[in-house]
Ligand binder design. Structure first.
Ligand code: SF4
Length: 650
């Protein structure tokens, strides 16, 4: 990035006032105004105060790895004190982000795998609901035997998933070997990037990025790819397998979304974060007749749950009746309603800023993980060793009782709920999408004919560097209008849930082909697949369709997009799909623009070795049109016809 480009990039960051003018969801504007009236600081206010952002950090050329620094590469000082140049510093920094991503998804996945093992061994009161998934995975891993009980098989699968995380003596990553497409395994083997185990690759990433270790940016990028595979196959796929075995597959259902669903007559509990283990038990605890009686005795008509970020989404599609309100960036706005009695904060994307807002109201915050505490919150959850995992149900019950006890302290005069709601259909999986089409062959036929031009997994988080939720909505509009089927999950899915994209009513936004193919099957044009770990469902759908076509995934008209991404897990998610040979599309550049070589590696070089590259354009419309052009290029190469352009521009 040249100095002029950097200046223009920083100048494009919206102010809080601009965010207030542009939200696609009217509730966001109302809540921003409400927060301003109450003197509540939000992520947008604090982001404004951070301007002008450091250009060295933005472009990735700030090194803080040793205390001879920090060193910043400039034309006057093109190398750090140790001699590291921009290529090495940028490559080391982004590799450390990738290691952080493996740890983030991996730690929450490990909690579920430990829960699966505990349930199988009878230490956790949790039925194993996904027996079909268990059998399928056990067969793929070579563990299946009809004589084995569900519990035995589940424990054995959990052990393999844990081994793939923690292997120290080099050996095969068994999940990857059993479940990855053979074409990809060959590609990764030839590149020598197969991981040993996820913890080992994080260990190695931190080792080789240490001072005076790996001084070759290309070799650092090789470990970046290897760590990306550990992210894909342990932190994401391994975690998703454990969740589906423990809790069963998602079920399609409808739910009312957005803050208008907050009910002042109920005990209101928000669940925020990423780990489903305690959250699932909390949602189930509220169904107990004596708990319901307690709520009524406290003067409430019932207990309602609301979803913030991914914990809410995973609880929703497994238990129903958890109303999605906001992604991580919008959490403070939900708290500003004053209507939440208890906020369950588990881990990741729970910003410390929520405590300042909660303290303005009666809202109690309960943290549930030893990894994630907040000063002022009540800590009630798993200890460092998960030694108390057997007490999950008892803790869940106590947390619900705390919410009931807190509800009478709510001050009605402090409650302001913008009356904005929308319906959404949720709970899509590889299995039920296949069923809706009567098998993958029919969906493949629609792709081949061009009725469905391509499929895009549109996900990721949000970032105040671009107007809140605008890019996600705009990219989706353009994709739908060009007959691209959209899959979504996680934080990016909230604007789509809240604006009705996840209902058949949104078929009006689609081109003729999409309207016909989905309309006759009563499917919405945006299929909601759950939380951010459910990227595994999107890649699973891509795999099934590619297999049906007899082609590798890299040849198919598929893509990944996280227009508003903002964190380490976002780097991992986009890399996962590039490792499969698909392009990833973003409105925000990664902090690699300080090195021409590393930037070129991301944006060009991986086309040859993997089949996919990173594409960045600050303009959502230009990004979406580039994505459509690239899908058409893939269609041309497959010999599949190009769909005609929609007659009316979106
Ligand atoms: Fe500076 Fe090298 Fe230390 Fe980084 S590792 S802070 S570039 S001396």
């Amino acid at each position: 990035m040249t100095p002029d480009e950097l200046k223009a990039h920083r100048a494009s960051y919206p102010s809080r006032a601009q965010v207030r003018e542009t939200p696609p969801d009217p509730a966001v504007r109302a809540l921003l105004d409400l927060a301003a009236e109450k003197g509540i600081s939000t992520v947008f206010d604090r982001f404004d105060k951070q301007k002008n952002h450091c250009g060295h950090g933005l472009t990735g050329v700030c090194c803080r790895i040793c205390h001879m620094g920090p060193c910043q590469v400039t034309p006057r000082a093109p190398r750090g004190a140790c001699g590291a140049d921009a290529d090495v510093i940028v490559a080391r920094n982004i590799l450390r982000w990738m290691a952080g991503a493996v740890a983030a998804h991996g730690a929450r996945g490990r909690e579920v795998i430990l829960a699966l093992k505990a349930a199988a061994e009878g230490r956790l009161d949790q039925p194993i609901r996904g027996v079909a998934k268990l059998n399928a995975v056990a067969k793929a891993l070579g563990l299946f035997d009809e004589a084995k009980s569900v519990q035995t098989l589940a424990a054995e699968v959990a052990d393999v998933l844990l081994d793939d995380m923690s292997r120290t003596v080099p050996g095969d990553h068994r999940t990857l070997r059993a479940l990855a497409p053979p074409e990809r395994i060959k590609v990764w083997e030839e590149l020598d990037i197969l991981p040993i185990g996820s913890q080992q690759e994080v260990f190695e990433a931190l080792h080789r990025t240490g001072v005076g270790t790996d001084g070759d940016w290309r070799n650092l990028m090789k470990q970046f790819l290897r760590t990306g595979l550990a992210f894909s196959w342990s932190s994401v796929a391994g975690s998703a397998i454990a969740m589906d075995i423990l809790y069963g597959l998602p079920q399609r259902s409808r739910i009312a979304t957005n803050v208008g669903t907050l009910d002042p007559a109920c005990v209101n509990i928000a669940v925020h974060g990423h780990s489903p283990v305690l959250v699932s038990a909390i949602v189930e605890a509220a169904d107990a007749p004596d708990i319901q009686e307690q709520a009524k005795a406290a003067g409430a008509t019932g207990i309602k749950f609301y979803g913030i970020c991914c914990s809410g989404l995973s609880a929703l599609y497994r238990h129903g009746d958890v109303h999605p309100l906001a992604n991580a960036v919008g959490a403070e706005l939900v708290l500003a309603t004053g209507a939440i009695d208890l906020w369950v904060a588990d881990l990741q994307d729970v910003y410390p800023g929520i405590m300042d807002v909660a303290e303005c109201f009666h809202t109690k915050v309960v943290t549930t993980s030893d990894s994630a505490r907040l000063p002022g919150a009540i800590a009630m959850g798993f200890d460092h060793r998960h030694a108390n995992i057997g007490e999950t149900r008892a803790m869940a019950r106590k947390i619900v009782e705390m919410a009931i006890a807190n509800q009478p302290l709510r001050n009605a005069a402090n409650v302001h709920i913008p009356p904005v709601t929308a319906e959404a259909e949720i709970g899509f999986s590889v299995e039920n999408i296949g069923e809706a089409f009567g098998g993958p062959a029919a969906l493949l036929d629609a792709l081949k004919s061009g009725a469905i031009r391509g499929i895009v997994n549109l996900v990721g988080c949000n970032n105040p560097k671009i107007p809140y939720e605008v890019a996600i909505s705009r990219v989706t509009d353009i994709l739908l209008a060009h007959d691209v089927l959209v899959l979504t999950n996680g934080c990016a899915s909230f604007p789509l849930l809240k604006q009705g994209y996840c209902t058949t009513g949104a078929l009006d936004k689609g081109g003729d082909g999409l309207r016909q193919e989905l309309g006759e099957r009563n499917l919405p044009p945006v299929l909601h697949m759950g939380e951010c770990l459910d990227n595994a469902r999107a890649s699973g759908l891509f795999r099934i369709l590619a297999d049906a076509a007899g082609r590798p995934i890299k040849d198919m008209p598929f893509a990944f997009s996280s227009p508003e991404w903002s964190n380490e897990k976002g780097v991992g998610a986009s890399l996962s799909f590039r490792l499969l040979g698909l392009n990833s599309y973003h409105c925000i550049p990664a902090p690699v623009t300080g090195s021409e070589n590393v930037q070129r590696f991301f944006e060009h070089d991986t086309a040859d070795i993997l089949g996919g590259v990173m594409v960045v354009d600050n303009d959502p419309e230009a990004l979406a049109l580039r994505l459509i052009t690239d899908l058409d290029t893939r269609r041309d190469q497959l010999g599949w016809p190009r769909p005609s352009a929609r007659s009316t521009a979106p």
